[in-house]
Design a protein around this ligand. Structure first.
Ligand code: XIL
Length: 338
């Protein structure tokens, strides 16, 4: 695989080496610090399954961290980072620049934003947050969900007011603040070979060609039983982005089961299959460092309880999905099964 990418081991630069993981894929999950602090069972289970990487699910969004212009509130996010570190887990920072979870002073400004007024807001936000977590957060989702399904750039606040180069500027600002952090574009519906992943690939190439410090692609893989993962397509994506010397991680996987009407056991098997297919693609891709699910128990999921999208039930029994993921990743941890 390494040779196929044209990056032979001997004599390759350290930057090229860093794109290939050495050991097994690290298993990660999104988590909610409030739940970890108030729900002892959740906390215990979060710590019991051998996760190596945690992503604060909402605590680092801009609406929470900069609720008023220039006034930052790091209390919750700091607790999340502290929790992860206290238990020997790394933290993925999520997310710096996105069209959602924006504070109202940004979305309902007293005077219309212009490029000249919004650009310093973007830069100060990135500098403040990345500096605050420098040395503590090693990976950042710098730009989240920049693309439409047809491959065009999303017309979010940043794109409309600053222009398409908000992406370049965001990466350059983050990198100047913490040169050691690995900086990602993170998006959903990029697991297939189609217009969206092609556009993402073109965007990544263009940015790298301009010298933009892009270090990775996050494949969210919010999945469901109607549009399942196709292992070979996700693998092919990881391979082509990896050949650009980018990491290719799975960052937010879940599998919504509301799209399938079947007996409970059949639903669980279908879900496990989809998790297995994604984990397989990650395990066979040397640039896939981390496999993160968007939560771990159906008790706490952004999709609501009916979706049952995660590897553990609401009562913390391991589903076939957990078995499928751990088998594909070679991850060892004890769990009680359904
Ligand atoms: C969701 C979270 O789960 C919620 O807690 C939050 O309030 C809204 O967003 N893509 C992303 C995530 O990048 O941030 C989203 O998470 C799910 C879709």
């Amino acid at each position: 695989m390494v040779a196929a990418l044209g990056l032979g081991r001997g004599g390759s630069s350290s930057a090229a080496e860093q794109v290939f993981r050495r050991g097994p894929v690290v298993l990660g999950t999104a988590f909610r610090i409030r739940a970890a602090e108030t729900d002892p069972t959740y906390r215990g289970q979060l710590l019991a399954h051998g996760y190596g990487s945690l992503t604060p699910e909402y605590e680092m969004q801009m609406d929470g961290l900069e609720p008023q212009r220039g006034i930052f509130n790091f209390v919750q996010a700091d607790r999340a980072v502290e929790f992860a570190r206290a238990h020997g887990m790394t933290v993925r920072g999520h997310t710096l620049v996105w069209g959602k979870q924006l504070p109202s002073w940004l979305t309902r400004p007293s005077a219309r934003w212009t490029r000249a007024t919004l650009l310093p807001v973007l830069q100060q936000w990135i500098r403040t947050v990345v500096a605050h977590y420098a040395g503590l957060v090693g990976e950042w989702d710098v730009v989240n969900e920049p693309l439409n399904d047809d491959g065009s750039l999303k017309r979010n606040l940043w794109e409309r007011l600053i222009g398409p180069d908000y992406i370049r500027i965001a990466f350059e600002t983050a990198h100047a603040t913490d040169p050691a952090a690995v900086l990602y574009i993170n998006d959903y519906s990029t697991e297939w070979l189609d217009a969206k992943s092609n556009a993402l690939y073109a965007l990544a190439r263009k940015l790298l060609g301009e010298g933009v410090p892009l270090g990775g692609i996050g494949f969210q893989v919010h999945s469901n039983t109607r549009t399942p993962v196709i292992t070979r397509q996700l693998e092919a994506n990881m391979k082509r982005f990896g050949a650009l010397r980018l990491r290719t991680d799975v960052t937010e996987m879940d599998v919504d089961m509301r799209t399938l009407t079947a007996a409970p056991q059949a639903k669980l098997r279908a879900q496990a299959r989809i998790y297995a297919d994604a984990a397989q693609a990650c395990a066979s891709s040397p640039t896939c460092w981390t496999f993160t699910t968007w939560g771990f128990t159906d008790k706490y999921t952004w999709l609501g309880p009916a979706a049952q999208p995660l590897p553990f039930t609401a009562r913390y029994a391991a589903k076939p999905a957990w078995q499928a993921i751990t088998a594909r990743l070679g991850h060892h941890a004890r769990a009680n099964h359904v």
